[in-house]
Design a protein around this ligand. Structure first.
Ligand code: CMP
Length: 143
C-alpha cells in the first residue's frame, strides 16, 4: 500500500450508555447516511479484563477505572466501518471527546452525556483501526 494512502476501515463502538438509551437505531441511520458501509457488527458486553485490554494505552490515566467500569456496565455495539479516509471521517462524525466541546450535529454532542459517558469510540489511526478490528472480529464475521 502507498504509505500516503489513507485506510478505508475504522472501528466504531456505540458504548453501553448510548445502547441503553436506545440510540442505536438513529445512530446507525446517520452512520450509513454519511456514506459508511457496515462490514461487521455485533453486540458484546466486555468483561472488565477485556475493557482494560482494549483501553490499555490509558491504563495510567485517572479516568481509566471509571472508563473500564462503564464499558463493563452493559452491551456495546461494535462496528467495523468502511469508507475512504474512514478514521478521520468517523472521528469527525463523532466529534470531540468531551460532548460539550463537540461540534453541533456530531454524535457525541447529540447523544453524549459526559467525557466518560460520551457514547462513542472511533479508532484514532489506521494502525489502531487494524488492531481494533482484529480485537473484535474474525475474518468469518466480516462481509
Ligand atoms: P474513547 O474514544 O472511547 O477513548 C478513550 C476514552 O476515555 C474516551 O473515549 C473517553 O470516554 C475517555 N476519556 C478520555 N479522556 C478523558 C478524560 N479526560 N476524562 C474522562 N474520560 C476520558
Amino acid at each position: 500500500m502507498d504509505m500516503k494512502m489513507k485506510g478505508n476501515i475504522t472501528l466504531g463502538i456505540i458504548k453501553p450508555y448510548a445502547v441503553e438509551k436506545g440510540y442505536c437505531g438513529p445512530v446507525l441511520s446517520r452512520i450509513t447516511e454519511e456514506g459508511f458501509r457496515i462490514s461487521a457488527m455485533k453486540f458484546i458486553r466486555l468483561s472488565k479484563a477485556q475493557a482494560a485490554a482494549f483501553y490499555a494505552v490509558h491504563k495510567d490515566q485517572p479516568f481509566f477505572d471509571p472508563l473500564v467500569h462503564v464499558m463493563n456496565s452493559g452491551p456495546s455495539l461494535i462496528l467495523l466501518l468502511e469508507k475512504p479516509d474512514a478514521v478521520r471521517s468517523f472521528r469527525q462524525l463523532i466529534g470531540k471527546t468531551n460532548p460539550q466541546e463537540a461540534a453541533p450535529g456530531t454524535l457525541r454532542r447529540l447523544y453524549g452525556e459526559s467525557t466518560v459517558l460520551n457514547g462513542f469510540h472511533g479508532s484514532d489511526s489506521d494502525e489502531n483501526a487494524l488492531l481494533e478490528s482484529h480485537f473484535f472480529f474474525s475474518l468469518l464475521e466480516r462481509f
